[in-house]
Design a protein around this ligand. Structure first.
Ligand SMILES: Cc1cc2nc3c(=O)[nH]c(=O)nc-3n(C[C@H](O)[C@H](O)[C@H](O)COP(=O)(O)OP(=O)(O)OC[C@H]3O[C@@H](n4cnc5c(N)ncnc54)[C@H](O)[C@@H]3O)c2cc1C
Length: 473
């Protein structure tokens, strides 16, 4: 890949840039830069950035990219910094280009069911804004209340309801992006169909800030979702829970959410808060369906039948929206619960994101069990099980070098097992810095060549988020 050949910039050049940006947008205060230099990932470098720009307009973003191109300095695009792969982390000599102040809803087109937003709007704020119009934007990452739409687009974020409603990519109608040289361009038509030229819009979705900066997005909406029915099933062990998922989906089940929690996750959740979950269960499934009441009842009955035939200890369901909300809220608390456990055991947690064919998840779970035994480390598992997207977490004492090295080895082995079973190293969290060395193991030679050709064509100076996603292929 093209190396950026940085021209030294000092206070005078940055001061000059500041005069061309919205007032107060640029700071070189080291404390403020440091406070904005990390996302939520552990063990990813983040030092060395020289400025932070909090853009309030596409014009600010264009100015920064023109400046960065002229001086050949790296730029790290940032949304809400909720990422867990180090993708938004600072890097040496870089400008942190944060768009989280660009939060406007620019227009809602009810007739076409489209909304146009700035990239910094938080996903949940958009959902709340749309509710009075009877419209819904389905993608719902676990970080729905933390993460921005621009970040969701840059990582092609998934979440709980993907099993029925798909991922961020499925809702992006068109994008405005700023390219490496500062050019502002629109990618994708406003229409439902469109095949005029190469599909550049989808190239940018999931590109993790390595091809350009999203400054505006027009998103496809659907009518507001009906209140769901929610079922909870507990199992004596992990395998029976996961077998239920495979059998239920094979039987034609269409859940809107189907989440799996293993026994250690249930224990950590119960230690974190009073969610009324069965702490002694070997695993749990939370299944939601949002069809009309009669059809939802039928799906619940089918789910119960499959779960019981797989050996469920208990299956219950509710059509009360408050019960559904409480269960999903409990599921969304898993990461804080993990953090509490990690903090009490030396602070280390490596969160993985291997997505597998659904039918391979039971074997994957067995292999995690073997890793637990051979490493002696606590390894928990939650999964968006309906689409095979697993999130194993490896816990360790981060002050113990041997244990840290062992945990990193286990983390890598989890990805290796995932690839062996036909999966991918990342279903939704992205490559970022954390998995950059692993991308080469997943992509074949031809694919790596195309990826680098695209990167070099769009970012010939190599200034967009260097050292991250494509830097080790
Ligand atoms: C508790 C928790 C739960 C989570 N659950 C999920 C989940 O269920 N599903 C899921 O997919 N993710 C999940 N995540 C990960 C994270 O929230 C997502 O990756 C999210 O999409 C990141 O959005 P952000 O605004 O925080 O982006 P950031 O973290 O700021 O950036 C993420 C990446 O996108 C790039 N980027 C950001 N904004 C732009 C832009 N405007 N233009 C170009 N590039 C940009 C950055 O350079 C970086 O590479 C979770 C994170 C946490 C902390």
């Amino acid at each position: 890949m093209t190396e950026h050949n940085q021209v030294t910039v000092g206070a005078a050049e940055l001061g000059d840039l500041a005069t061309r940006l919205s007032p107060g947008a640029l700071t070189t205060d080291p404390d403020v830069i440091a406070a904005h230099a990390t996302d939520e990932a552990l063990f990813c470098p983040h030092e060395g950035s020289i400025a932070l720009v909090r853009a309030t307009s596409a014009g600010d973003v264009q100015e920064v990219m023109r400046f960065a191109s002229a001086h050949r300095i790296p730029v790290v695009p940032q949304g809400a910094r909720s990422g867990i792969s180090g993708g938004a982390n600072g890097s040496p000599g870089a400008i942190l280009l944060n768009v989280s102040r660009m939060t406007d809803v620019l227009s809602i087109n009810e007739a076409e069911r489209l909304v146009t937003v700035q990239p910094g709007i938080i996903n949940q704020d958009l959902k709340d804004h749309l509710a009075p119009f009877g419209l819904s934007y389905p993608p719902d990452p676990g970080s729905v209340a933390l993460s921005s739409i621009g970040g969701n687009i840059a990582t092609n974020a998934g979440g709980l309801c993907c099993v029925k409603y798909g991922v961020t990519r499925d809702y992006v109608r068109s994008l405005q992006v700023v390219l490496a040289d500062g050019t502002l361009t629109t990618l994708g038509p406003q229409t439902a169909k469109g095949v005029a030229g190469l599909d550049m819009r989808h190239l940018f979705i999931g590109s993790e800030g390595t091809l350009g900066i999203v400054v505006e997005a027009t998103l496809r909406l659907i009518p507001a979702l009906p209140d769901p029915f929610t079922a909870v099933a507990t199992f004596p062990d992990e395998r029976t829970g996961l077998q239920t998922v495979a059998d239920f989906m094979a039987a034609g089940g269409v859940p809107s959410i189907l989440e799996f929690l293993d026994s250690s996750s249930l224990k950590m959740l119960n230690e974190f808060g009073d969610f009324g979950l069965d702490a002694d269960a070997g695993s749990m499934l939370i299944m939601q369906v949002d069809q009309n009441p009669a059809d939802s009842e039928a799906v619940m009955a089918k789910f119960a039948e499959v779960a019981e035939s797989c050996g469920a200890l208990d299956v219950a369901y509710s059509d009360d929206p408050a019960d559904s909300a409480a269960l999903i809220a409990a599921r969304r608390m898993i990461q804080p619960a993990y953090e509490k456990f990690a903090n009490a055991h030396g602070g280390g947690q490596l969160l993985d994101d291997v997505c597998l064919p659904r039918t391979a998840v039971p074997e994957f779970c067995d292999r995690l069990g073997e890793l637990r035994e051979s490493s002696g480390l606590v390894i928990s598992l939650v999964a968006h099980a309906g689409d095979g997207n697993t999130h194993p977490s490896v816990f360790f004492d981060a002050s113990d070098a041997d244990q840290t090295a062992k945990a990193e080895g286990v983390f890598a082995e989890i990805m290796r097992i995932g690839l062996e079973l036909g999966g991918t190293i990342t279903g939704e969290h992205g490559v970022g810095y954390l998995k950059r060395d692993w991308l080469q193991h997943e992509l074949d030679e031809g694919s790596r060549r195309i990826q680098l050709a695209v990167k070099n064509a769009l970012d010939p100076l190599g200034i967009l988020n260097p050292g991250k996603m494509l830097s080790a292929i």
